[in-house]
Design a protein around this ligand. Sequence first.
Ligand code: 4AD
Ligand code: MG
Length: 432
Amino acid sequence: MTDFISIQEAMNKGSGEVSIRGWVYRERGSNNIKFVVLRDSSNILQCVIKKDDFSDDKFQEAVSVQIEASMEITGTIKKDERAPTGYELSVKEFKIIGASDTFPITKDQSPEFLLDKRHLWLRSRKMTAILKVRSTYIQARDEFFRNEGFYRFDAPILQPSQCEGGSTLFEVKYYKEKTYLSQSWQLYAEAGVFALEKIYNMGPTFRAEKSKTSRHLSEFWMAEMEAAWFDLKDVTEFAKKEIKYCMKKVCEERIEDLKLLGRDSQKLLEIANKDWPTMKYREALKILKEKSKINISFGKDLRTIEEDELMKHFNTPVVVTHYPKEVMAFYKPKDPKNPDEALCFDMLAPEGYGEIIGGSQRSTDVKEMTDELRKQGESVENYDWYFDLRKYGSVPHSGYGVGVERVVAWLCGLDNIKDAIPFPRTMLRWKP
Ligand code: 4AD
Ligand code: MG
């Protein structure tokens, strides 16, 4: 049995005999020599197969190797400044495990073509780097919540009613009835906190977004938390702590991947170490008016352009609280001190990445919530179970949801949110 090591481990070793396995990233050759750059999940390495070292038949095998063929290779590794990653392997033995047809992806292909071939494009160095950042971020978040004493709590994906407005619901045939795909874990989490007090999860989330933007997916992963006894201030500070923790982990562990994506982990780390401002929506309007000459009257949600304009004045994330009550979801309570404001918040990312978190304290006013749902044309009976939660020992509680792909897109500096998820779903794309 051969002992295979990863390409990165082989380069760390730097000399002597090693056995590696992976896929052909690039290949070129002449009559006497064949260069194969092999790729595995850790890195790439140039391997040289010389005609003189093999029988004619065996060398012909090497000549026939195409991009993305899988191979096992044994040879001697040494430093070589001319090689793409600074090392070269002189091949003693090789075996083709799976030959490859001519790979359909070549240079300079359109984003749409790459999405059609997504199952193959995932192997690219760019996608591999993004997927690693995503994985590190998600694992760091899990670690954060466990350190903070939270329990993981799961909610149904098939839900009988809306949480974030009926217009973006995906309807599903449910035996002889109809139901909907989850827009949020939240309403069920509000039941969970009365048992577990501090809970979190991360789950697939669905929104039938009718707009085509670089920030919206129809299926995305929302990373939510809910905690009993937390008020708006507690939850906004906690959100900053969570994102900072995850950023630091990603910056420590994914330096090379961030670099490959054109991101400077040091700069991101500096952002994570700064204080992030919290301001009321009314103050945000003032900044827009004074610094950007944009006049918005109180009572409207911030649109993408206004968010972007506001964030031009900041180089860290900003928490905006107290949005106008009348345009907010039914469960966001009014501020007793200013009834036209809701006890809610968004966290906005810098560099034009927009809203990454939405959250709030939760209303305990059943009448107000009922009226609001009725106004939206909802069947209020569907929420009876939710209102029960306010009847049996209700306590102040709060929570929020992080858009996983929005955070990944920001950390990786992506042009489009579609690259932050392996197989994106949008209004126009649901395949492969
Ligand atoms: O602001 P949203 O709609 O908040 C909620 O759903 C709350 N119920 C969460 C909670 O309090 N537990 O969504 C939360 C976050 C947004 O800030 C955004 O980052 C992301 O989810 N998000 C999307 N990401 C990608 N594509 C979409 N269509 C998204 N819609 C929301
Ligand atoms: Mg929101």
